[in-house]
Design a protein around this ligand. Structure first.
Ligand code: HMG
Ligand code: MG
Length: 343
């Protein structure tokens, strides 16, 4: 005990005053202090919110949502200060009929200056259609689970990575930005546990293909802070960079999305995908519910003193509006609380 104290005392001589105290506290206290200092350092940062409601939120609706409702949703979201609104998918209508009106939706929305309207594109056919509609940003979407990849895009992980390279190359040549998704980062509906090393390998390949950012999808919402920490620490090793190349895309099926997002925040993630009113789910992940509601995400970020540039009140109104249009309960706790307070 005494020798430990003496060796720490010797060690502390080489450290700045602020760090010396750390040697004399328990490991748990040390972790808390380090976490607090990380959070405090990051709290002044800006967080980019990627609204995915019009795409991820609507793709799983059982009855076809009128094209006019989709257009109105995107136009309303465009007036909130959001800088990225994922608007639709150029996928096979045989696979996802709900997105069969992608060209009409994309060409009819009013594009606000400074706002990006990415669309999902699974292959060159989708890219061609997107280019014809005037799309300026696409997202390719892969998975860290082979079975999910087969069910979702009808090819293995390896095949998908080759496909993404072709799509990304053609897109970049046409001056189109490319984002990448990796699904099932915290578990697969078919295979169960997913290795963080596979998430890292798929992410690395997609970054090398030219994606400017990888959105890590907890597709079925089974992740908990420990799993998310392991995944983020693993992907952090890519190109020896920090987490600025990564976003978190948390579905809220098990109610863990905000806890996982807070974990991401403390580790340095500064981009989060969310869905107004908590709309959504994935057609190839049975039982998966929507993304974290944008209202709940904004409430958390606001509470942490972080800036987003998004008008919270307008988002709450849109959450109420779209829930009514779809005849479903608003999935946002914050939205419901504020609406009942107003009433
Ligand atoms: P396939 O059957 O292997 O494709 O599906 P194919 O090339 O054999 O073509 C089959 C038919 O589809 C053909 O038509 C093609 O022309 C047509 P036919 O000759 O029979 O009349 N086709 C297309 N039509 C329009 N646009 C296209 C297109 N491609 C082919 N782009 C394919 C492969 C990838 C096309 C299919 O599996 C597909 O569309 N999958 C999309 C599934 C999807 O959208 N899933 C939801 C999005 S992912 C998600 O939600 C997760 C995420 O949110 C992150 C997370 O939460 O983790 C992103
Ligand atoms: Mg999703």
């Amino acid at each position: 005990m005494i020798s430990t104290y003496v060796s720490r005392l010797r060690l502390s001589r080489d450290l700045p005053l602020s760090r010396r105290k750390m040697l004399f506290v328990s490991p748990l206290q040390r972790l808390r202090v380090l976490q607090r200092s990380t959070v405090n350092r990051k709290l002044s940062d800006f967080v980019r919110v990627v609204e995915v409601g019009p795409r991820d939120g609507l793709q799983n609706e059982k009855t076809v949502v009128p094209t006019s409702t989709k257009i109105s949703l995107i136009n309303r979201l465009s007036s909130t200060g959001l800088k990225t609104i994922e608007s639709t998918s150029f996928v096979s209508p045989k696979w996802v009929p709900q997105m069969g009106d992608s060209s009409e939706v994309f060409t009819s929305i009013t594009k606000a200056p400074g706002v990006s309207y990415p669309v999902l594109v699974p292959n060159l056919k989708g890219l061609d259609a997107a280019i014809s509609s005037g799309v300026k940003e696409i997202a390719v979407f892969g998975a860290a689970s082979n079975t999910f990849s087969m069910k979702n895009i009808n090819c293995s992980i390896e095949e998908s990575l080759i496909r993404f390279q072709e799509v990304a190359k053609a897109a970049l040549k046409a001056g189109i930005r490319v984002r990448g998704y990796v699904s099932c980062i915290a578990g697969c509906p078919y295979e169960g546990e997913v290795k963080p090393s596979v998430v890292a390998r798929v992410s690395e390949s997609m970054l090398e293909a030219g994606c400017y950012e990888i959105s890590l999808g907890d597709t079925i919402g089974t992740g908990t802070p420990r799993i998310i920490t392991n995944v983020l620490n693993e992907v952090k090793t890519i190109f020896s960079r920090d987490l600025t190349l990564f976003a978190l895309h948390c579905h809220n099926t098990y109610g863990q999305a905000l806890a996982n997002i807070f974990t991401g925040l403390t580790l340095g993630v500064r981009v989060f995908d969310s869905s107004v009113g908590g709309l959504g789910g994935c057609p190839y992940a049975a039982g998966a519910s929507g993304n974290v509601p944008t209202e709940d995400l904004l409430y958390l970020l606001q509470g942490e003193g972080l800036q987003t540039g998004v008008d919270f009140e307008k988002i709450v109104e849109i959450g109420e509006w779209i829930s009514k249009q779809l005849g479903r309960d608003n999935q946002s706790k914050v939205g419901v609380a504020l609406a009942s307070r107003r009433r």
